[in-house]
Design a protein around this ligand. Structure first.
Ligand code: XIL
Length: 763
């Protein structure tokens, strides 16, 4: 057994983990002999008796949309193993979890081992299933000899030697199965977690050894040649470029997009992109996944059949590195809700012919690599069936939601602020984040809505922004509230309702409804939870309701009881920092113009323990937003090679305050460490950005001038946040922010605070 160290780095998120190879040849799920007495068979807590033979198969459920498959281990396909029956009952495609990777197929040079891969092929042929090939070229699970000189293992292989080995490997492996593999992951994980193509710092030697062979100025040649060799070896298979993390990081997604676009334009035979989809039940959101798929789908304008495949789906029950937790029913339900949202997206994208397959990375929870990743020995439960092969709520949520027992109750924060209801939508709404009512309980592909909520002492305010371009009699919204847990109240509006408390505004692609719901008798306090749900009904002309989408209760029992509503959690005042007009010199000295400015503190704990914290001030002028951070941090540390793990401050700016779930063109993140090292995320204007720092007796000062894309004007409200990273001995040990508690500012502006530009006399 040998251990490989691998780094996953996303801006603001670091997972260093040890991947243990060589332990994957047998599955912990049993093995139970078929047709024999099974009652005494136990592996750990696992006791597999039989799978459910009377429930719908995933393959049949999704047959009109996409193939659905799983990663397998060869021994699972033995006819004596119950898994072999289970896998073909539920799925119609398989992929090798490990046995087609280079360390398995070519452990020593030119000595190929195909027994296990052949076994997979025979199984698919006997059972009329598809086979995915995973993978031909990867920096991981590749034997050491591959990159070594033939005569001296201490020296690296030359470019020519490495290319000839790649070619030989691809010819032998892809060549052997030519015509029999549906899709090949030709290259795996070639995009870096920080920027551009993965290189030596991401443990990949391909780029540095091979470099720019054809002299076109790009060093993606090893990828281009791998696709060329693969096409020669197997002219029929779909050739896929596969990677992880693109669903949650627009930076990684866009780097991949730009790479594929350039290579397609150059004629490289790439047939599609593989989204691994190793996600968690906390993130990314369904909207992020959808945006990611739709971004890649635009490549069809270059190659009409360009395919998008979900290649390795699983959904961890953990949020990052949190410690082992017990798998409660509530966790199962939360996971089921998120699986349902993702599969709604997959279905919708399949209808648009954007995706063709969804592969699970394991047939059931007894067989998941996440039991050891990213934390060793932390048992996870990321798949659709449990450790005994029984259907989990997640399975039912995507097969027949009416059979899910119970519904996870989502929570959203509702800030305190008084809102005006009227002929126009109050500008204050733009300072609040939204959530979606997009879970279909009747029909599909109809109206959905983006919802915002707020409250004051007397009222609950709801804004529903409905997308519904077909006008119908029964178009409308139902709001359900149970303030005390004892009485369901229902408030309904149609497309034309206009009263003192409900106002509807027509829009080109739908309508907006503003509700003011009196608390009458209920006293709101910060922290109180109001049971809440909302349903969007859609009809065409004078027809019946064709579709209904809800926020929380997908069992659609809102009228009868409130036990499956979500919660509005009443929060403190909405945060807006008033920003005066003024122009400081960016030199690290605190000019007197800063005395004008209002200040806020970073006192929201995002991660780790509260260490370094900042007092933050802002000023604005026509083309800049100025930010001053006075940081208290007793020990300064920049020893980590990751910028975000060093003592540093970050500013987030969402100029149009659209608070999207992924970065838009106006969204930027600027980071500056205490020695004025800058780093960027989003469409930053690096040339115009200015910063200066100075260390002080108890910390440091950072001044920034953030270029505005649209000139500032008085009264404009923009999304803004500030964050302080506390590095200690090379690790980020604490993160404090002004507003966003999620720590996801590097991916979404949804939860950041606001600044309001104030007019100054004469301006
Ligand atoms: C994993 C396997 O499931 C494990 O058994 C093995 O120890 C490590 O690799 N991305 C990929 C897959 O492309 O090949 C990985 O599979 C999971 C991450």
């Amino acid at each position: 057994m040998f251990i490989r160290k691998k780094n996953f780095r996303l801006m603001g998120l670091a997972i260093t983990f040890f991947m243990i190879s060589g332990i994957y040849t047998s599955s912990p799920c049993i093995a139970t002999e078929l047709n024999s007495s099974t009652s005494n068979v136990k592996v750990g807590e696992t006791q597999v008796k039989d799978f459910q033979r009377d429930i719908p198969s995933l393959a049949a459920t999704y047959k009109d949309y996409f193939t659905i498959g799983t990663a397998v281990l060869p021994n699972q396909l033995d006819s004596s193993n119950i898994q072999s029956e289970f896998i073909k009952y539920q799925y119609n495609e398989i992929v090798a979890g490990n046995c087609m990777k280079m360390d398995a197929t070519e452990p020593t040079e030119n000595n190929f081992k195909f027994d296990d891969a052949d076994k997979l092929l025979a199984y698919t042929q006997a059972n009329n299933m598809k086979l995915r090939g995973h993978n031909l070229i990867w920096h991981s699970q590749v034997p050491a000899w591959f990159f070594q000189d033939k005569n001296d293992a201490s020296k690296p292989a030359s470019r020519d030697l490495l290319l000839s080995r790649m070619k030989n490997h691809i010819q032998n492996v892809a060549g052997r199965y030519a015509g029999k593999i549906d899709s090949w992951d030709v290259v795996n994980e070639v995009i870096s977690d920080s920027n551009g193509l993965r290189d030596d710092s991401g443990n990949s030697k391909y780029k540095s050894i091979i470099g720019d062979v054809d002299g076109d100025g790009f060093d993606s040649d090893y990828i281009e040649l791998a696709f060329k060799y693969a096409r020669e070896a197997d002219p029929k298979a779909k050739l896929i470029i596969n990677d992880y993390g693109m669903e949650g990081s627009t930076r990684k997604r866009d780097d991949m997009y730009n790479l594929i676009k350039r290579l397609l334009e150059k004629g490289v035979p790439i047939d599609g992109v593989g989204l691994q989809m190793h996600v968690s039940m906390y993130s990314p959101s369904a909207q992020q996944v959808k945006d990611c798929i739709e971004k890649f789908a635009t490549l069809k304008s270059i190659k009409p059949n360009f395919d998008i495949q979900v290649t390795e789906a699983d959904m961890s029950i953990y949020n990052g590195n949190e410690p082992t937790k017990e798998v409660t029913n509530d966790i199962y339900l939360q996971q089921a809700t998120q699986y349902k949202k993702l599969f709604e997206v997959f279905k919708e994208e399949a209808v648009k012919k954007n995706i063709s397959t969804v592969m699970m990375w394991g047939e059931a929870d007894c067989d998941t690599w996440l039991d050891d990743f990213p934390v060793k020995d932390r048992k996870d439960a990321p798949l659709l069936f449990d450790r005994n092969l029984q259907a989990k709520p997640a399975y039912w949520a995507i097969v027949d939601p009416s059979k899910v027992k119970g519904v996870f109750r989502q929570s959203v924060n509702t800030p305190k602020t008084t809102i005006a209801i009227g002929a126009a939508v109050d500008a204050k709404w733009s300072t609040l984040s939204s959530f979606d009512a997009d879970n279909y309980v009747v029909g599909k592909n109809g109206a959905i809505a983006s919802i915002k909520t707020a409250y004051d002492n007397d009222n609950l305010y709801v804004l529903a922004d409905v997308k519904d371009s077909t006008v119908g009699d029964k178009d409308g919204i139902d709001i359900f509230v149970d303030k005390t847990g004892s009485k369901v109240e229902k408030y309904s509006a149609t497309r034309t309702t206009n009263t003192d408390t409900i106002k509807t505004i027509d829009k080109a692609d739908g309508y907006q409804v503003q509700f003011k719901i009196p608390f009458s008798g209920f006293t709101p306090v910060v922290g109180a939870k109001l049971a809440f749900d909302i349903k969007i009904n859609d009809s065409v002309g004078n027809g019946e309701i064709a579709s209904s989408a809800v926020w929380n209760d997908f069992s659609n029992k809102q009228d009868a009881d409130s036990s499956k509503y979500g919660y509005l959690v009443l929060d403190a005042d909405n945060k807006i920092l008033e920003t005066k007009y003024g122009i400081p010199t960016i030199d690290g000295n605190i000019d007197s113009v800063w005395d004008l400015a209002s200040s806020v503190e970073t006192n929201v704990l995002v991660e780790g323990k509260a260490g370094a914290k900042a007092t933050v001030k802002t000023l604005w002028a026509d083309s800049y937003l100025y930010v001053l951070c006075q940081v208290k941090d007793s020990v300064l540390d920049k020893t980590s090679k990751d910028d975000y793990q060093q003592d540093s401050v970050e500013a987030f700016l969402d100029e149009n305050n659209s608070r999207g779930e992924t970065y838009d063109a106006d969204d930027v993140q600027y980071r500056v460490n205490y020695e004025n090292k800058q780093s960027f995320n989003g469409k930053c204007d690096k040339a115009k950005f200015k910063s200066a720092t100075k260390t002080t007796a108890d910390g440091y000062v950072v001044e920034m001038a953030i270029p505005l894309k649209t000139p500032g004007v008085a009264n404009k409200v923009m999304g803004f946040d500030a964050q302080v990273n506390d590095g200690t001995a090379g690790k980020r040990t604490g993160v404090l922010s002004w507003c966003d508690k999620t720590g996801k500012g590097y991916a979404t502006m949804a939860k950041i605070g606001n600044i309001k530009l104030l007019a100054l006399a004469g301006k």
